[in-house]
Design a protein around this ligand. Structure first.
Ligand SMILES: CC(C)(COP(=O)(O)OP(=O)(O)OC[C@H]1O[C@@H](n2cnc3c(N)ncnc32)[C@H](O)[C@@H]1OP(=O)(O)O)[C@@H](O)C(=O)NCCC(=O)NCCS
Length: 232
């Protein structure tokens, strides 16, 4: 039994590497991949060492070729850095192009997660689209099931370190979320939010003077880089 299983795993791993290589993605040899048939990676997307992609409930993750429960799709040029974890828990995780998951980010898929193009997610942020049901005090919480509504994050969002995004939330395009925030309610596009629970502390585009400029050639300069130029 054992040699047969390892032979099957060997072929499965070969098939997995072929599939990812043919899409132009790069997956470190020490990345942990479970249920690879449920995973799609776009060109130039990189999964770094010790990052985990699991199309499963984490406690079922005993084989890379396990039958997938849910799916993960990452667009082009995404990065999943060391120690980041994307696990479907039976749901769909759909990520656009140019999205980065910094070390220690955790995204679960239960009720579904969508993240738009260009969004940056800093270290140890958690995106968890599920809650334990707990209404009855007479039944153990672990026996009351889950509620799952799903989370949607727009494009060009920046989430600082240690943010927690709760189930049912939509974060609009262009939002900035401060370090340590707990997002309990949806945020309209271009909000700047911070705190626990997160409150809107500003709106992008409402600064007293523009901090970023684009010249006629499309060259982008910041106030800081212009000040440095003027000083020299
Ligand atoms: C939110 C953030 C982007 C700054 O936004 P900003 O619009 O420049 O905000 P300001 O610094 O002017 O602060 C505005 C107010 O919000 C508060 N605030 C700013 N960041 C906060 C945070 N993370 N949590 C709670 N309050 C915060 C400030 O104390 C200030 O409060 P006050 O008006 O009572 O003094 C920044 O503070 C932040 O959290 N950055 C994330 C850094 C990070 O995690 N980097 C990871 C590397 S990718």
């Amino acid at each position: 039994m054992r040699p047969l299983r390892s032979l099957r795993q060997f072929w499965s791993l070969r098939e997995m590497r072929r599939q990812f290589a043919s899409s132009g993605a790069r997956v470190a040899a020490s990345a942990c991949i479970y249920g690879w048939r449920g995973i799609k990676l776009g060109a130039k997307t990189t999964i770094y060492s010790q990052a985990t992609l699991a199309c499963s409930y984490l406690d079922f993750q005993d084989a890379p070729d396990m039958h997938p429960a849910g799916s993960i799709s990452l667009g082009k040029r995404c990065t999943v850095l060391n120690g980041a974890l994307l696990a479907t828990y039976g749901g769909e995780i759909i990520i656009g192009d140019d999205v980065s998951f910094n070390p220690g980010v955790i995204v679960y898929g239960h009720g579904g997660v969508r993240i738009g193009n260009g969004t940056r997610i800093a270290a140890r942020t958690l995106i968890i689209p599920a809650n334990h049901a707990f209404l009855s005090p007479d039944i153990p919480i672990m026996c009351q099931g889950l509620t799952c509504r799903g989370i949607s994050v727009g494009r060009d969002v920046w989430m600082g370190a240690h943010v927690v995004v709760l189930d049912g939330v939509t974060i609009g395009d262009g939002c900035v979320v401060g370090a340590g925030a707990v997002i309990t309610k949806s945020l309209p596009p271009f909000s700047i939010a911070a705190g626990v629970p997160a409150k809107i502390i500003g709106k992008r585009g409402q600064l007293s003077e523009p901090q970023i400029r684009m010249d006629a050639d499309g060259e982008i300069s910041t106030m800081a880089s212009e000040n440095r130029k003027n000083d020299s």
